[in-house]
Write a protein that binds this ligand. Structure first.
Ligand code: FE
Length: 193
């Protein structure tokens, strides 16, 4: 993925492999583009929202999700074959989590869809680490003064997703209705839900 700090060596190696396979007629540029398009077509915040709704309605799933995010999202068919590790961090009534990639724009695409431009901006990447409370307030998320905020910096191997708090008054909603409440920004941590 471009803009990924997975590292330039890997990117070069992949490019070389692509060229070799194309030269030998094993693969074509179009096939590679089709594979990327298919990946992007299946990448949506609706996927992350489904994971959240399952965690809100199934305590055992929630425990598995927090213990091993990668394995738990694979149960729902996401991130199969991915070399990356997913860590899911849970908001509580005293703690709030927000994700960033300070180096570039690493992001769990499959679960959150294409990343918003502000996520990749220099301003967000530098400021959310130094003054998360102020940045979240600019997103309209005013947290109580005693809420502890943790900022998770993505790395080449580890991607993060926030598990938001289930809103009050949603006891009668089913899993699909709950999933519809969850926004992309909540999965990043710049919205409550
Ligand atoms: Fe990155």
């Amino acid at each position: 993925m471009s803009g990924d700090h997975a590292d330039a060596t890997i990117a070069r190696r992949v490019r070389r492999l692509e060229t070799l396979l194309e030269e030998r007629g094993v693969l074509t540029g179009e096939l590679i583009d089709e594979a990327i398009d298919a990946f992007l077509a299946e990448s949506s915040p609706a996927n992350g929202a489904r994971v959240v709704a399952r965690a809100w309605t199934d305590a055992d799933y929630r425990a598995r999700l927090l213990a091993d995010g990668t394995a738990a999202v694979r149960e729902l068919g996401f991130m199969e074959g991915s070399y990356q590790r997913l860590r899911v961090v849970e908001n509580t009534d005293t703690t709030h989590n927000v994700i960033v990639c300070t180096l570039c724009s690493c992001y769990p695409l499959r679960l959150l869809g294409p990343s918003p431009s502000w996520y990749k901006s220099e301003a967000y990447r530098s400021r959310v680490v130094r003054e998360p409370r102020a940045v979240l307030a600019e997103f309209g998320l005013e947290l109580p003064a005693d809420t502890e905020i943790t900022v998770w910096d993505s790395s080449a191997e580890t991607r993060y997703m926030v598990l938001p708090r289930r809103p009050e008054g949603t006891d009668t909603l089913d899993e699909a209705q709950l999933a519809a409440l969850v926004t992309r920004n909540a999965l990043i941590g710049t919205a409550a839900v």
